[in-house]
Design a protein around this ligand. Structure first.
Ligand code: 3HC
Length: 311
């Protein structure tokens, strides 16, 4: 009966086995994965917009080619993750309707404007750096299709972070104005990137269950701390100052202490009132509407092909 199935499922999770699409799973496990994977996919697709804005404004052909490759990768990650979510019984239309209607979330970080070219480098260095921190543990997620998708995604993310950091290194060897642009971008993005990891563990409604199910392997606060510890030395090499007067190595803890994150601002943005939420959603809805004829043509063509094979 149900109790027996639940017990067997729990034993499989405890044995670190991978749960596959056709396996029995508790409804809550399925719902959590649909929520997380679809919102992860939305994050990738909406994440194309802030930096996509700079493809036509890149300072050189080399930077333009790199940025096109990165934005294309994000799109691919999104489609990959929508497919992983579909193995749980949801459909592309349902997920996209949830995004376009404002019901579904996507990573808060994409609701801030990219004001100049330094932002593109800082997004690669810090946003993709944070995304890598968050996605590596997901390669060990108990749900097979998600874990496998993450392994592929993480391979491409390391290129995203390195290209951003390298672009900043070049700017920091440039004019005082260029150095000031980098510092200004770091000042605007640093705290928002720390918030990307999600609310403090004590305020995270999903973390405990997510960890019990082997979906979340490392807590929001622990990943945030890992990111800070790894990034401070990189900022020193780059020659920028991280905008936190409380940031200080704590030998007892073996970690950096850091200041308070503005969670009111985070929740305001998550709940739709950030600087670019309306613009990002309007852009996605417009792309969906304008692309309707392409989808219909492709489906009509596929149907004709199918009819032909039936003759
Ligand atoms: N932005 C928006 N919403 C967020 C958020 C953020 N940064 N952090 C947390 N939230 C939301 C959660 O989705 C949840 O809301 P919901 O119930 O409506 O879904 C609520 O805040 C409570 O947070 P919890 O910590 O309790 O929720 P989770 O246990 O799901 O943890 C998470 C949040 C860490 C984002 C987790 O869902 C996760 O690991 N998701 C997959 C990874 C992901 O989405 N990463 C985004 C990185 S951006 C990216 O990948 C693009 C990059 O390549 C540029």
């Amino acid at each position: 009966a149900e109790a027996e199935l639940q017990a067997r499922f729990d034993a499989r999770i405890d044995a670190d086995e991978k749960i596959e699409p056709r396996d029995w799973m508790p409804e809550g496990y399925r719902k959590t994965l649909v929520r997380q994977i679809s919102q992860h996919a939305h994050s990738e697709i909406v994440g194309m917009l802030p930096e996509g804005n700079w493809i036509s404004r890149a300072p050189s052909l080399k930077r333009k080619a790199i940025l096109i490759a990165k934005v294309q990768d994000e799109g691919g990650h999104g489609l990959y993750l929508y497919s992983a979510a579909e193995t749980l019984g949801t459909s592309r239309e349902q997920m996209l309707d949830a995004l376009h209607s404002g019901r579904a979330k996507y990573s808060s970080i994409f609701n801030y404007p990219t004001l100049n070219w330094a932002d593109v480098g800082v997004i690669g260095w810090l946003v993709d750096g944070a995304a890598i921190m968050n996605q590596i543990p997901l390669c060990r997620c108990s749900y097979g299709p998600y874990a496998r998708a993450m392994i592929r995604v993480c391979k491409e993310e390391s290129f995203h972070q390195r290209q951003g950091y390298e672009a900043l290194l070049v700017m920091m060897q440039g004019t005082p104005e260029q150095r000031a642009m980098v510092q200004d971008a770091v000042n605007r993005w640093w705290w928002k990137c720390l918030a990307m990891f999600g609310p403090p563990d004590a305020d995270s409604p999903h973390s405990a269950q997510g960890m019990r199910w082997g979906i979340k392997r490392i807590s929001n606060d622990d990943l945030r701390q890992k990111f800070i510890d790894a990034t401070v030395p990189q900022a020193e090499v780059l020659g920028v100052t991280l905008p936190d007067p409380d940031l200080k190595w704590n030998p007892e803890r073996g970690h950096y202490d850091y200041g308070a994150i503005d969670w009111d601002e985070f929740w305001a943005t998550v709940n739709g009132n950030g600087p670019c939420n309306k613009e990002r959603l309007a852009t996605r809805v417009a792309a969906w509407e304008e692309g309707r004829w392409v989808r219909e043509a492709a489906l009509a063509h596929a149907e004709k092909q199918r009819q032909r094979t039936l003759k």
